[in-house]
Each structure stands twice: as structure tokens, then as C-alpha cells.
Design a protein around this ligand. Structure first.
Ligand SMILES: Nc1nc2c(ncn2[C@@H]2O[C@H](COP(=O)(O)OP(=O)(O)OP(=O)(O)O)[C@@H](O)[C@H]2O)c(=O)[nH]1
Length: 590
């Protein structure tokens, strides 16, 4: 992916800009989604409006058709009357009744002769004579129109006028001719416009339309007088409606439910999908960028670690970095290669896999629980390719690095430290003044001797004490006392064989000997020491003998005897030696 390196580098260097761009992509996505939604919604709105308009136009056309049919039917009624030979009052009543049954908004039918006399009047309501008088006047008023209809041989419609009932009405005039074509008169049908229209508009109202019908400025019909219009989301139509030459205006507005039924949910779904798409795109971009950053961080950390590890090459400690699983070696420092004699990491890797005991006699310790943060410290033997073994102090630590577990081993040559430790250990068991083993060493030795006694190896404890040492100090000074004790220490050291006879400074001017063998042999050895000191003839001005002497008490160890009891027996013997005049050896009673 070399061609990507430059871009990746740039992207990583401008994190804020990149995150800003991702946010911008998100904003653009949201804006685009909104735009798309707007577009689809308005498109759908247009389609719905178009549908509504054509539905409304169709409805108006149907109403118009219905009205026309009523007028045609009325004209047919006229033709029927023309054809009747006998046209008496009874027939008129019958025919009118039949006719008005079909046209419920028509309220009056009048048959007029050529001289404008009312031949027959059929009225739905009201007083007949009054109606007759009224229509006599009405017909006179429209005589011009009637004459025109007669001349043109076509029916005519009176203009809208206020009826006797104070309602807007219109009249339909049909000229009548006998079979020979001679003019007979007119048939006049009167109807209330509001009623006629309302009946015609019923299907529209039932479908949920808000309707207003006007004749000029006069509102004839309105099923929404409170003006609750405006729910149709701008979908409203205005159409003219004609009753012959009279124009009416009809405003139609579909109800909210009617309009809503025309809309679908898919612009919202498209919006949702588009927003989801944007969110996914942003997530993908963001996730990939964070991954890129994380990878870069790992790369940088590795470089740092490598640099750091390279520095450890100069350190005194040998370093080994490996994975806890499978013992995969990731790094072996030059010092480790030097200590083991191997040429490279690969050789260490092979060694760990094939012969881990070459690195430590307890390979399982290298596989301990390396919970991150946990450290194991132990001493191991490191084998060199030349066959030599080197003791090393190992510190093994589990480390969690970028979610991966590693084990860091640092090994340090332990020989120097061991020497120091050994020296310190030995030091702690020696008496500083005399160079003999001290009381601590004596405690350990007597415990071992008791173990030996139980195993059947006889041993005798000798306690010895300088006679009149207080006087020695008092007369010659403490320094001389120290010199005396040092010389006695040397004498004891010279007269004890290292492996089977041990001498200790028990405390102060008191010494102890642990001599392998029974009390007889030990008695001889003790006597030998006493004499050896005497031969040194160290001057003691305050001693009756004039020289430094010692008293010795000895007790052979018994099986099942405690150290305290053994010591007490030897002490008692020493006490007896003092009692017997000092400068002698006394054995404890068996
Ligand atoms: N110079 C010197 N004196 C010591 C040391 N340790 C103990 N002493 C002295 O040894 C003396 C022991 O005195 P005592 O316990 O009375 O016994 P003693 O005078 O030897 O008399 P007997 O044991 O009965 O013969 C004391 O005066 C101690 O001060 C030491 O390290 N250096």
C-alpha cells in the first residue's frame, strides 16, 4: 500500500481536520436527506393535488351532468304534456305529482297558455290561490324571456330571484307546441336553488369535501360556514357550474382525511433510510479513522520499544522479551547472547522450544502465571554454549502492551552477588573479637549435633571459662582482656580439627567446644587444651597461679536430650570445675 502511505500520513497528521471533514460529511448527508425528503414530499404533494383536482373536477362534472339531466327531464316532461290530447286537471295533477317525485327540490309546476293565463298550477306547499296570484306576476315579469324561448323553440331559465318564500329560486320555461307545430303555451317549473344544489352536492359532502357555492357574491351553500378550510394542504379547486346561462361558482376543498389518504409514507422512509445511510457512512469513516490512528499508535509504540530495547543492549542486565503463549521470542538483548554464547534471537528461540532446560533447570518456572503486573524472581542456571553454567538472578514480569501480553525477563549474573551473600552469611556466624564461630553458629551446630546423636553419632559438649577474668580486666585493663580472649580463641582454633571439632565463643569470656566422640575422648582433648593454654603462660597478676587458666566442664550428649538440658549439664560440670579450684576439667555425671 505504498501509494497510500502519503495520504495516510497526511490524514494522521491532520486529525482535527479529518474529524471536521467527517462531521461535514455527516452534515451534508443530513442536508441532502432533508433536501431529498423535501423534493419527494413536494412531488408527492403535487401528485396528490393533481389527483384531488381531477377528482374534484370529475365530481363537479357529475353534478353539472346531474343538473343538466334534471333540466332535460323537465323538458321531456314538457314534451309529454304536448303529446297529451286530453289534458284535464286530473291528468295534470297526476303527471305533476309523478314529475315532482323525481325532483324533490322543485316546488311548483305551472302550465301557461299563450295569453299568460295560468291553466294549471301544481304546488308542493302553500295556498294554491296565493301561489296562482304570485306566479301570474312572476310570469308576467319573465314574459320577455318566455317570448324569446317561444321564438327560438328552446327552453329557457329565468335569472335567480327571491321567491315568495324569501328564498333564492329559478324557473325553467319550456315552450310547448301541438303535434302540428302550433304554439300552445309554456310549462314553468320553479325550484329553490339552494335545495337543488344541496341535493346535487350530497355525494361530494359524503366524500368529505368542504364546499362553498356562490352566485355572484351571494353564498348559496356552504357546509363549512366557520371557515375551517386550510386543512387540505393547499389542495382546493374552483369551478363554474351552469344552470343553462346562469353561472354559479363552486369551491371544493377536500378534507384533511381525504388528502392524507392520498399521501404515502415513503418520503419519510426515504428520509429515514438516507439519514441511516449518513449515520452508517459517518460511523464507517470514524471507525476506520480511529483504527488507522490506533494502528499508527501501535507502530509508534513498537518503534519506541525497539529503540528502548536497543538501549538495553548496553545495560548490564540481559533481557529477553517473549510471548507467554508458545514461548515466542521477540527480543534477546546482546548481553543475553553474550551470557549464553548464542549468535542471535533465532538461536534463543530454538533453545527455548527444543531445550528450555539449557536456560534454566526448572523450565516450568519460565511458564509461571504471568498476569500483567505480576513479577517472579528466582535464581536459575544459564548454560553457555561452551558447556559452562552461570548462576543468574531472573526477574520475570508479565506486561500488557496494546492489549497483548508479553513476558519480560531480565537476567543478571549472580556470581558476584552470591559471593557477597555467602560472605555476609559467614560473617554473621563469626565472632568479631576472636574469629571463632559465634553463639548463633553454636545454636545451629548444637541442633545439628542433636540430630547426629539421634542418628547414633556421639558428641560431647565442652563449656570453658577463663578463671578470674574480672580481676584480669581490672588489673591489666579491658584491652588486655580483649587480647587475652583473642589469644585463647586462636588457641582453641588451633587445637580443634575443623570437620569433627568445633570451637565457639559462647559469650563474654565463656567458650564452647563440640567434639565428636564420647566424653572420654573429649576429656582428653579438653585437658590438652587446658595444658596448651597453661604452656602459653599468659601473665595474670591477680590469679593465685599468676597465669591465665581456664576451667572446663564437659557433658556427653544423650539421645532424646534437648539442647537446653545438654547445655545445663555441661554448665554444671564447669561450675564444679570452678568449685574444685579452677584450672581443671570436670565431666558431668553420666
Ligand atoms: N576485656 C573483656 N572482658 C570481658 C569480655 N566479656 C566479658 N568480660 C569480662 O569478664 C568478666 C567475667 O567475670 P565473672 O563472671 O565475675 O567471672 P570471673 O571473674 O572470671 O570469675 P570466675 O569465672 O569465677 O573465675 C567480667 O568482668 C566481664 O566484664 C570481653 O569481651 N572483653
Amino acid at each position: 500500500m505504498a501509494h497510500n502511505t502519503g495520504l495516510t500520513h497526511w490524514l494522521l497528521r491532520h486529525a482535527k481536520l479529518v474529524l471536521g471533514l467527517i462531521a461535514l460529511v455527516g452534515l451534508l448527508g443530513v442536508w441532502f436527506s432533508w433536501l431529498l425528503w423535501q423534493l419527494l414530499s413536494s412531488k408527492e404533494h403535487q401528485v396528490v393535488a393533481e389527483q384531488q383536482r381531477s377528482a374534484a373536477t370529475l365530481l363537479v362534472e357529475r353534478v353539472q351532468e346531474d343538473l343538466e339531466e334534471q333540466l332535460r327531464s323537465f323538458a321531456r316532461f314538457g314534451r309529454r304534456i304536448e303529446s297529451l290530447e286530453q289534458f284535464d286537471t286530473h291528468s295534470w295533477q297526476h303527471e305533476s305529482h309523478v314529475q315532482l317525485e323525481d325532483f324533490s327540490s322543485w316546488h311548483v309546476l305551472v302550465l301557461i297558455d299563450r295569453q299568460y293565463r295560468l291553466r294549471h298550477v301544481f304546488t308542493r306547499a302553500g295556498d294554491l290561490p296565493l301561489e296562482q296570484a304570485h306566479y301570474q306576476q312572476v310570469l308576467r315579469r319573465f314574459s320577455g324571456l318566455a317570448e324569446q324561448a317561444r321564438e327560438q323553440r328552446r327552453d329557457a331559465m329565468t335569472p335567480p330571484h327571491l321567491t315568495r318564500h324569501n328564498r333564492l329560486g329559478q324557473g325553467h320555461l319550456v315552450p310547448l307546441y301541438d303535434p302540428q307545430g302550433a304554439f300552445i303555451g309554456w310549462l314553468y317549473g320553479g325550484f329553490f336553488v339552494g335545495e337543488l344544489m344541496a341535493r346535487a352536492l350530497i355525494p361530494m359532502i359524503e366524500q368529505g369535501y368542504v364546499i362553498r357555492l356562490q352566485q355572484g357574491e351571494q353564498v348559496i351553500f356552504d357546509n363549512d360556514p366557520e371557515r375551517r378550510l386550510g386543512n387540505s394542504q393547499g389542495v382546493a379547486t374552483h369551478s363554474p357550474l351552469y344552470l343553462r346561462d346562469t353561472r354559479y361558482d363552486i369551491w371544493l376543498e377536500p378534507s384533511e382525511a381525504l388528502v392524507s389518504a392520498g399521501f404515502t409514507d415513503w418520503p419519510q422512509w426515504v428520509l429515514l433510510a438516507s439519514l441511516l445511510n449518513t449515520a452508517l457512512l459517518m460511523l464507517a469513516l470514524f471507525y476506520n479513522y480511529r483504527r488507522l490512528q490506533a494502528e499508527q499508535a501501535v507502530r509508534q509504540s513498537k518503534l519506541l520499544v525497539q529503540e528502548l530495547l536497543a538501549l538495553t543492549g548496553q545495560a548490564a542486565d540481559a533481557l529477553l522479551v517473549m510471548k507467554p503463549e508458545g514461548r515466542q521470542v521477540l527480543y534477546a538483548s546482546p548481553r543475553l547472547l553474550e551470557l549464553t554464547g548464542h549468535a542471535n534471537e533465532a538461536a534463543i528461540q530454538r533453545l527455548l522450544k527444543e531445550r528450555p532446560s539449557a536456560l534454566t533447570p526448572e523450565p516450568e518456572r519460565w511458564q509461571a502465571d504471568f498476569t500483567p503486573g505480576k513479577t517472579h524472581e528466582f535464581r536459575a542456571q544459564l548454560a553457555h554454549t561452551n558447556g559452562s553454567l552461570r548462576t543468574v538472578d531472573v526477574s520475570a514480569r508479565g506486561v500488557l502492551f496494546h492489549r497483548e501480553r508479553f513476558v519480560l525477563y531480565s537476567c543478571r549474573d549472580a556470581s558476584q552477588r552470591m559471593a557477597v551473600e555467602q560472605a555476609l552469611k559467614e560473617q554473621s556466624l563469626l565472632d568479631g573479637l576472636t574469629g571463632l564461630h559465634n553463639r548463633r553458629a553454636f545454636d545451629q551446630a548444637i541442633a545439628r549435633a542433636i540430630d547426629g546423636l539421634q542418628a547414633g553419632a556421639p558428641c560431647t559438649l565442652v563449656m570453658l571459662d577463663v578463671d578470674y577474668f574480672k580481676r584480669f580486666n581490672d588489673s591489666l585493663g579491658h584491652q588486655a582482656g580483649d587480647d587475652c580472649l583473642r589469644e585463647l580463641g586462636q588457641l582453641l582454633s588451633d587445637n580443634t580439627r575443623r570437620d569433627s571439632e568445633q570451637a565457639f565463643r559462647y559469650g563474654g569470656e565463656e567458650f564452647a567446644l563440640l567434639l565428636e566422640g564420647d566424653s572420654n575422648a573429649a576429656g582428653k582433648a579438653a585437658e590438652h587444651i587446658r595444658l596448651a593454654l597453661q604452656q602459653r603462660a599468659i601473665t595474670h597478676p591477680q590469679s593465685p597461679l599468676g597465669e591465665v587458666t581456664i576451667s572446663l566442664g564437659l557433658a556427653e550428649g544423650l539421645a532424646q536430650q534437648s539442647a537446653e538440658a545438654w547445655l545445663k549439664a555441661a554448665d554444671q560440670a564447669l561450675y564444679q570445675a570452678k568449685q574444685q579450684g579452677r584450672n581443671c576439667v570436670v565431666k558431668a555425671d553420666a
